[in-house]
Design a protein around this ligand. Structure first.
Ligand SMILES: [Zn+2]
Length: 286
């Protein structure tokens, strides 16, 4: 099954008077959604009791949870203290994820900085093995780690790099942010063939479960010459990418990604739109 859900809570969720993510699962499942991504972007500050409460509500509503690791992770860092901190952020994220019953940690691998690309990538690859070792040692290693495709050229994370990062361990599952790829390629994703090329790389580079049940971030995106500028809503059709071509490919290829919508402010409403587009593609095919 393809799952759909928001990253965080829509503006309308709060406008309706809701205050806590504990309440979000009844709200999104009433909309027909079945996935949710919880952000530790600004740090893992969720206590055990609240994490378990969120997890219990998600489970009661059959919502599949993922978490997003802190944005300041940079696995390419040359700074020993920062490398140490990275490990701590991952152990904290995995620990909190387990309290919640989340099975996936999505993360931004790192940034090139002043390093040559190859060296930055090699450092990131090596650091990721340290992360896995640290999680295993902390007893929280049975979780999927999802390096994300990123929206700016200096960030580690074009599709080839994400596939390469995922290769060493079955627990490494690609998170394909199609908005980011569109921005990184300055409007690269238009035709079905553009999306197919991305999916082909997952299939040829990894195959199996990881090319079928990969993670997806989807939103329209505004970009400049430098890449990603900001996420837009699905209504703002002047900005790409469209979901239809990807939905058709998901159907044709029998894929089962977890699709997380990252629209600005309307992530839940737009996740419903993505699901409808997919459902329509499914009906056309059968
Ligand atoms: Zn992200």
């Amino acid at each position: 099954m393809v799952l759909f859900g928001p990253a965080g809570n829509s503006d309308s969720f709060y406008a309706e008077g809701h205050k806590s993510t504990v309440e979000t699962f009844a709200w999104i499942t009433a909309m027909g959604l079945d996935a949710y991504e919880y952000s530790f972007g600004r740090g893992v500050r969720l206590g055990e009791a609240m994490a378990k409460k969120i997890g219990a509500e998600a489970a009661a509503h059959h919502v599949t949870l993922s978490v997003h690791a802190p944005y300041y992770v940079n696995l390419a860092t040359e700074d020993a203290q920062k490398a140490e901190n990275n490990l701590r952020y991952f152990v904290q994220s995995a620990t909190a994820a387990k309290w919640m019953g989340a099975r996936r940690i999505v993360f931004h691998a790192g940034t090139q900085g002043t390093l040559p690309r190859e060296e930055a990538l090699a450092r990131t690859r090596a650091a990721l093995m340290d992360v896995i070792a640290a999680l295993d040692e902390a007893g929280v290693g049975d979780i999927e780690l999802c390096p994300e495709t990123m929206g700016r050229a200096k960030q580690i994370g074009d599709v080839d790099e994400v596939v390469e990062l995922c290769r060493p361990d079955e627990r490494l599952v690609p998170a394909v942010d199609f908005g980011h790829l569109h921005a990184r390629g300055r409007g690269a994703l238009n035709e079905e063939a553009d999306f197919a090329a991305v999916l082909d790389k997952l299939e040829n580079g990894l195959g199996g479960y990881r090319a079928r049940r990969f993670h997806v971030h989807f939103s329209r995106i505004e970009y400049t010459a430098a890449g990603e500028k900001m996420h837009r809503t699905y209504d703002e059709a002047d900005y790409g990418p469209d979901f239809e071509p990807l939905a058709r490919l998901i159907v044709k290829r029998n894929l089962e990604p977890i699709v997380i919508c990252e629209s600005r402010g309307t992530m839940a409403e737009d996740a419903v739109i993505l699901k409808r587009i997919y459902t329509e593609a499914l009906a056309l095919e059968s």
